[in-house]
Design a protein. Structure first.
Length: 586
């Protein structure tokens, strides 16, 4: 089993820069240094493809994985990291560069000398410096093949070297390839033609258990295309946002590094806003627009984030990508469809889209359009291949809407307002969810000390408590606080009674029936309704008294007193009722 090194040696300089900034990814490390590692050393590991959207932290993770593996000298598991550059190159140059990087990383590990990884020697500079017999031979084959212009042979020798060495040296080589999609885009043959099938090299190499691959890349579409061509050679894994605890830790570290003041509330707000997306956190915390260096003030967070969404790094990353896709994809209707999916916030079928957007296209045409958007990773399939959905990511949505909403439906989103809502919304929902959990919890026997911080050790077995609100309640009315609902019930009844009295039409039956229907359901509610009703009867007298005392603003004072007295009585009643219910079966 893998044991974490006491100290990580950063042999490979990490793109993140300050290595202290890297946080978490516990789940991924648990897998790669757990099960996968176990398979690796037992010669069973399957090659992996890490697929994720732009800037989710793929490179950061892969480089840290390299350095962790590198820091364990006795395992015989040797990491090799190669990033396929986005630069046109010949197969000959590519082969030399690939082989040189491998040799450097191999020697760095073997000689325990990070310098080889930090400052790798070029192919030419390796001449005469390779002591290993097999690597020396391969070097000479590559040199010789270049002399006779046999580039294919050069690549053959270079690409097979990691597997060959793993076998003859009885070690494992973990081949970590970043930006792997570029392998089919930037390498040219001697006729100057692009070799768009170079990834085919790995049709067999990806199955070698002694030197499995972990590939990744920033172009999801290109990477997936390769992975699917190399059917079943790679196991796809995604890299999501940082989970809450890790994200908050990242926020704290970035705040420290950028000398920005934060507190617990700020952490919560930034978490709500970024949802743990590493790019969003980094962009906000290290923004050049973070002039105040104080995120304890919500306005500063909003001001900086707005700048990042409209012109900063977040804007740059998304807008550049979206616009590029729209240049490639026939954009007719594409923007409308995306805006529609953002606005619904749920999955929608093609039939619904055609109807709601009044699209003048056939189902097949729409299907093709949606497939293009899926390929570009702008939307995804919903629960079936007939349903489509767009990622719930407020930041992505705002960048998109700011770019296109005016053009589509002549509306300019108020980014600041929406960000403010987003920061508050999630905590409101969480509050509601907790409330729901408590409600569910007290339906079954419970101990007071488990529910309340200072609760006594007392088990309560409640009788069946029916839902406070009937099935018919709307979401809004269900969310309202109980006493507020009760007041509305009384108001409605009084209004109805008044109408019946004044117009002499209708009967009081409706509300009497309403009462009858509810009476048997919820004893707490019945008691409360009666209390409210009694209090209401006393209200005019109360108002008179207040007026006589010359109170400021009779109505205001009245409602304030009403609220205080009413709240107290409600709470008392609830307590009494709960006790009565509980005591019944203690
Ligand atoms: N685990 C992490 N902890 C802290 N910050 C992170 C983490 N992962 C990523 N980041 C931050 O997010 C930024 C983007 O990460 P990275 O470049 O690794 O993403 P990527 O997925 O490789 O992007 P691309 O798709 O462009 O290749 C990094 O510069 C880093 O600042
Ligand atoms: Mg990357």
């Amino acid at each position: 089993m893998f044991t974490m090194p006491e100290k990580i040696i950063y042999a490979l300089p990490e793109q993140i820069g300050n290595t202290e900034l890297f946080v978490g990814r516990k789940m991924e490390f648990d897998y790669y240094l757990g099960d996968w590692y176990y398979y690796l050393i037992n010669n069973m590991a399957q090659s992996q493809a890490i697929v994720a959207r732009r800037k989710k932290g793929k490179t950061a993770f892969l480089q840290r994985l390299f350095n962790i593996l590198w820091s364990c000298p006795d395992t015989g598991v040797i990491p090799f990291y190669f990033s396929v550059r986005e630069v046109k190159t010949t197969l000959a140059e590519f082969s030399k560069s690939f082989f040189a990087t491998f040799v450097n990383h191999y020697f760095a590990y073997r000689k325990r000398n990070p310098e080889w990884a930090a400052f790798p020697k070029a192919f030419a500079a390796l001449r005469g410096k390779i002591e290993d017999k097999h690597l020396k031979e391969t070097y000479e084959v590559i040199e010789e093949s270049e002399r006779i212009n046999n580039w294919g042979q050069m690549w053959e020798a270079a690409s097979r070297a990691p597997f060959g060495i793993a076998v003859v040296q009885n070690v494992k080589i973990v081949q970590i390839f970043d930006e792997f999609q570029n392998i089919n885009e930037y390498v040219y043959n001697y006729r100057g033609e692009k070799i768009d099938s170079l990834s085919g090299t790995y049709l067999d190499l990806a199955e070698k258990r002694e030197a499995p691959l972990i590939i990744s890349g920033s172009e999801v579409h290109g990477l997936l295309e390769i992975v699917r061509r190399l059917t079943a050679r790679f196991k796809e894994r995604t890299l999501g946002n940082l989970p809450e605890e890790e994200a908050k830790e990242a926020i704290r570290r970035y705040a420290k590094a950028s000398r920005t003041k934060i507190n617990e509330q700020a952490e919560e707000k930034i978490w709500n806003l970024t949802q743990g997306d590493p790019l969003y956190i980094r962009a906000l915390m290290q923004s050049e627009h973070n002039d105040t260096k104080d995120y304890t003030n919500e306005d500063n967070i909003i001001a900086t984030y707005t700048r990042e969404i409209t012109q900063g790094e977040i804007y740059g990353t998304w807008a550049e990508y979206i616009v590029k896709v729209f240049l490639e994809v026939n954009e007719r209707n594409a923007k409308r469809i995306m805006l529609y999916l953002f606005q619904t916030g749920e999955e929608r079928t093609r039939a619904q889209m055609i109807k709601d957007l009044n699209l003048d296209m056939t189902d097949l045409e729409l299907q093709m359009k949606l497939l293009q958007l899926i390929k570009a990773d702008l939307i995804s399939f919903g629960s079936t291949a007939f349903r489509y959905v767009i990622a719930q990511d407020k930041t992505y949505e705002l960048v998109f809407r700011r770019l296109f909403q005016d053009e589509i439906d002549h509306f300019i989103p108020d980014i600041r307002k929406e960000l403010r809502q987003e920061m508050g919304r999630t905590s409101y929902e969480k509050g509601k969810f907790r409330e729901y959990l408590v409600r569910e919890r007290i339906k079954k026997p419970f101990n007071l000390k488990d529910l309340a911080e200072n609760g006594i050790d007392l088990t309560i077995k409640p009788k069946t408590i029916l839902e406070r609100y009937g099935q018919s309640g709307t979401t809004r009315s269900r969310d309202r606080p109980d006493r507020e609902r009760q007041r509305r019930v009384v108001d409605r009844r009084e209004r109805h009674e008044r109408e019946v009295r004044e117009t002499r039409c209708g009967s009081l039956d409706r509300d009497q029936k309403y009462d009858q229907r509810n009476k048997s359901k919820n004893p707490i509610r019945n008691v409360l309704t009666k209390r409210v009703h009694d209090f209401r009867k006393r209200a005019p007298r109360l108002e008179r008294d207040l007026r006589a005392k010359g109170g400021r603003g009779v109505v205001g004072a009245h409602s304030k007193k009403f609220r205080t007295e009413y709240t107290e009585s409600t709470e008392r009643t609830q307590r009494n009722a709960l006790e009565t219910l509980g005591n019944a079966e203690l």
